[in-house]
Every structure is written in structure tokens, then in C-alpha cells.
Design a protein around this ligand. Structure first.
Ligand code: BGP
Length: 471
């Protein structure tokens, strides 16, 4: 088979500010919602930052980014996805003026990437809104948050217009409905929110996302901006028509977000749903106009697939952070119970392209596993992570098939390319990296970086433009 990856394919890796930067109160940064979520999505909320929160120091990327970017350059990265911590730029979210020290940090970080020929791909909001917005406004449940967000977006577009040409608005925007505090800075406990509250918050985020798209096009005409969805890939558990319909409905929970970003308006099925349930999502004519700013591409995260059934007694539930479903009897799972399904990635790419006809970008994919750091005879430390190489190469082989199917894939950024703190569990133990970071769940460790076996494998993949995947 000939090598199908285009020459300009954007090979790289991804992280998020809150999971790697640390330095949670340096450089004038305000607190973010993550600073009070010590044990990730699964754990409870604390009143203030506590020592057991590994994100407070992360992997100290804030101070070590030069070394880390150099390692990424060694792998031949064309692109590096990270996020801007909103609370470094507007510490309280509603400040009059941005924090110059925060802006300067990202200037330096992006310059460092560009120095190595790496293009930054920047997420505006990756589960890390300023905590003050949660306390003062109830986050995305308040329409005023749209204004705070667009001011922030305008500030960073203006500042980095010459440096950043690829942008994403909200990370996994569809996750808001499942995790309103982490994704929406909504202070009200999730169990006290009704459906209308959630749909309003969703609507405000969608309007803000579209407004950011419009601003980006205006301020950086040669940039491309996309939405980012949690690519929940769902199969019917059985061929029973009830299961198929249930799967269609579950799909819409994901696609409603991409539908609006790509088509610029609410889909008919959602309008009908609001009518039936008597939901007032507070959609104004000005909002409808703002939504017409549609995205240039669709990006998504892909880790696994799940099954759906109408008969809840039939199946067993999978693991997963925000995308749990029923177990597929044909698939194996990771140690955290996430089902491994490389073919599901080809299926998802085709499905999204059939639906939207827009270029696609896989901005997260990887295997969270426990690694063992070993010392080789020459004294070098490494991890023999053949399991990770197997996972990544199987998924990339399916990306190649999707490209052969005719899907325009812009690029691929492996998630957690350097070990970082897990979003769902707050652990270091669940490692995704091709670069090992010496930090443990109890906070011990030197923070030293070591190349895993997958590091050299990925370097060869990029160097050969994917050709080595065939061997
Ligand atoms: C996605 C998030 C990331 C990341 C990843 C892996 O949902 O966008 O932030 O963490 O999942 O999840 P986890 O860290 O829970 O293993």
C-alpha cells in the first residue's frame, strides 16, 4: 500500500495548560476551577487549593517548557497543541485589563515552538475557566460570561496573531452537559441543575464559541479555527431497532454541538426537543446571527467506542471519563476500562466527514497506562512501552485508511505526549506520554524527563511521513 499521509500533514502532540503547567499562583495567575478539583472529575470539589492536588505543580511545564519543546522537536513535531490558561490572562475572568505577565509567558512559549519549526495549535478553554467566574456569576449559566470570554479571545487573537494560526474554541464542548463545574464553571451542584439550566449554559458557550470564530476570522484572516468535540463513537449493542434508535439519539447528544458549529444554526431535532420539553434556552435573534460564524474544521478526541442499548438490563458498563456506555463483547479495554477500538477511528472520521464535509483534525488519541521506568546497561532510563506503540500505530493505520476513503485529515496530535496529570482521576500513574516524567501520585519525584521507547518510534513515523506504519 502506498503511503497516503499528505506531505503537509500536521504530526504532533497535545497537552492542556491545567494538566502540565503547574505554577498555579505564579506570574499573576488567578485560580481556575481545576485548582479546587484535587482528584479530577471523579473526585469532589475543595474550598481552596489543597496539597493533594497534583495539578498545582503539574509537570512544571511552566518552568521547563524549553526542554520539553526541544524534545518534541527531536521527534520532528510539526504542531504542538496546548491551551492558554484563561486565568493567567484574566485572573478573575472579569478584569478590566489583561495580565501582562501571563501574556508574556505564552509569547515566550509560542516563540520557542516557532524557533523549532513547530506550529502552535491553541485551545482557548480546556476545562480551566477562572474560579472567580464560578463564584461570582455561576460561570456559563450567566449570559455575561459570553462577554468575558469574547474579550479574552479578542485579547489573545490580537496578541498572538503573528504566531498562532490554528485555534480551537472549547475543549470537548459536549462534555459540559456531563460535568458542569469542570467544563462550565457552574458553581451550583450538578444535582441541583435542571435540563433548562444545562441547555442555557450550552447555548451561551455555543454563542461564545461562534463569536470567537468570527473574531478570529476578522483579526487573523489567515488562521483556521475549529470546534473540538469529545468524539463519542457509539454502536448499537444489538441489531434490535430499539437499540438502533437509542444509538441515534445518543449520537445526537454529541452531534448537536458540531451541527451548530458547522451549520450555523440549531438542528430541527433539537428545536423540537426544546418545544416538547418546554425548554427555553434563551436564544435571541442576535445569538442566531452570531451562530452563523461557522468553523473552518472539526477537531475531536478519540480514545474508545461504546455501545448503547434500550434494554438497560442487557449490558455491562464500560469505564471512561465522560463517555461511558455499554461494553462491546468484541473489544479489549485499557487498565482503566476504556475500550480499545482503532477501527472506530476510521468509522468516526468517515461519519463526521459525511455529515459536515469539513476538514478534520484528530487532536487527542492515546493510551493511558502504568509505565515502569527501567535503567538500561548504558545507564539510560527508559520505558519499554510496546503496548503504547501498538495502540498508536493501530489507530494511525486506521487514519491512513480514512484518508484512502477520501477524508481530508489535517493532522494528528497524540494526547498527553509528555506524561501529565489525568483529567478524570487527577493521577500521574495513568500515563499517556512518549516522554516519561519522574513524578508520582504522592507528589514525589525529580520531575526529570526520559524518552520512552515510543519516543523513537514516533520520531520515525514522522520522519517517514507515516511510511513506517506499514512495516
Ligand atoms: C480528554 C480531555 C483531556 C485528557 C484526556 C484523557 O477528555 O480533553 O484533558 O485528560 O481526555 O483523559 P484522562 O486524563 O481522564 O485519562
Amino acid at each position: 500500500m502506498k503511503n497516503v499521509f499528505p506531505k503537509d500533514f500536521l504530526w504532533g502532540g497535545a497537552v492542556a495548560a491545567n494538566q502540565c503547567e503547574g505554577a498555579y499562583k505564579e506570574g499573576g495567575k488567578g485560580l481556575s476551577v481545576q485548582d479546587v478539583m484535587p482528584h479530577g472529575l471523579r473526585g469532589g470539589r475543595a474550598d481552596k487549593p489543597t496539597e493533594d492536588n497534583l495539578k498545582l505543580d503539574g509537570i512544571d511545564f511552566y518552568h521547563r517548557y524549553k526542554t520539553d519543546i526541544a524534545l518534541m522537536a527531536e521527534m520532528g513535531f510539526k504542531v504542538f497543541r496546548t491551551s492558554i490558561a484563561w486565568s493567567r490572562i484574566f485572573p478573575n475572568g472579569d478584569d478590566d485589563e489583561p495580565n501582562e505577565e501571563g501574556l508574556k509567558f505564552y509569547d515566550d512559549l509560542f516563540d520557542e515552538c516557532l524557533k523549532h519549526g513547530i506550529k502552535p495549535l491553541v485551545t482557548l478553554s480546556h476545562y480551566e475557566a477562572p474560579l472567580a467566574l464560578a463564584k461570582k456569576y455561576n460561570g456559563w449559566l450567566d449570559r455575561r460570561t459570553i462577554g468575558f470570554f469574547t474579550k479574552y479571545a479578542k485579547t489573545v487573537f490580537t496578541r498572538y496573531c503573528d504566531k498562532v494560526k490554528y485555534w480551537l474554541t472549547f475543549n470537548e464542548i459536549n462534555a459540559l452537559m456531563k460535568a458542569p463545574f469542570m467544563c462550565g464553571a457552574i458553581d451550583t451542584p450538578a444535582e441541583e441543575l435542571n435540563e433548562q439550566d444545562l441547555y442555557r449554559a450550552m447555548h451561551y458557550q455555543l454563542v461564545a464559541s461562534a463569536a470567537a470564530v468570527g473574531l478570529c476570522h476578522e483579526i487573523i484572516p489567515d488562521a483556521k479555527i475549529g470546534c473540538m468535540i469529545l468524539g463519542v463513537t457509539v454502536y448499537p449493542l444489538t441489531p434490535h431497532p430499539d437499540d438502533v434508535i437509542k444509538t441515534m439519539l445518543r449520537d445526537r447528544e454529541t452531534y448537536q454541538f458540531a451541527d451548530i458549529h458547522a451549520k450555523g444554526k440549531y438542528p430541527a431535532y433539537l428545536i423540537k426537543y426544546f418545544e416538547r420539553k418546554g425548554i427555553d434556552a434563551d436564544i435571541t435573534p442576535a445569538d442566531e446571527e452570531a451562530l452563523e460564524n461557522t468553523v473552518d474544521f472539526i477537531s475531536f478526541s478519540y480514545y474508545s467506542s461504546i455501545c448503547e442499548t434500550a434494554d438497560l438490563t442487557r449490558g455491562e458498563m464500560t469505564g471512561g471519563n465522560l463517555s461511558r456506555g455499554f461494553k462491546n463483547p468484541y473489544l479489549k479495554a485499557s487498565a482503566w476500562g476504556w475500550q480499545i477500538d482503532p477501527q472506530g477511528l476510521r468509522y468516526t472520521l468517515n461519519k463526521l466527514y459525511d455529515r459536515y464535509g469539513l476538514p478534520l483534525f484528530i487532536v487527542e488519541n492515546g493510551l493511558g497506562a502504568e509505565d515502569e521506568l527501567i535503567t538500561l546497561q548504558n545507564g539510560e532510563k527508559t520505558v519499554n512501552d510496546d503496548y503504547r506503540i501498538e495502540y498508536l500505530s493501530a489507530h494511525l493505520a486506521e487514519v491512513a485508511k480514512a484518508i484512502e476513503d477520501g477524508v481530508p485529515v489535517m493532522g494528528y496530535t497524540a494526547w498527553g505526549v509528555i506524561d501529565l496529570v489525568s483529567a478524570s482521576t487527577g493521577e500521574m500513574r495513568k500515563r499517556y506520554g512518549l516522554i516519561y516524567v519522574d513524578r508520582n501520585d504522592d507528589g514525589s519525584g525529580s520531575m526529570e524527563r526520559y524518552r520512552k521507547k515510543s519516543f523513537d518510534w514516533y520520531r520515525r513515523v514522522i520522519e517517514s511521513s507515516g511510511a513506517v506504519l506499514e512495516n
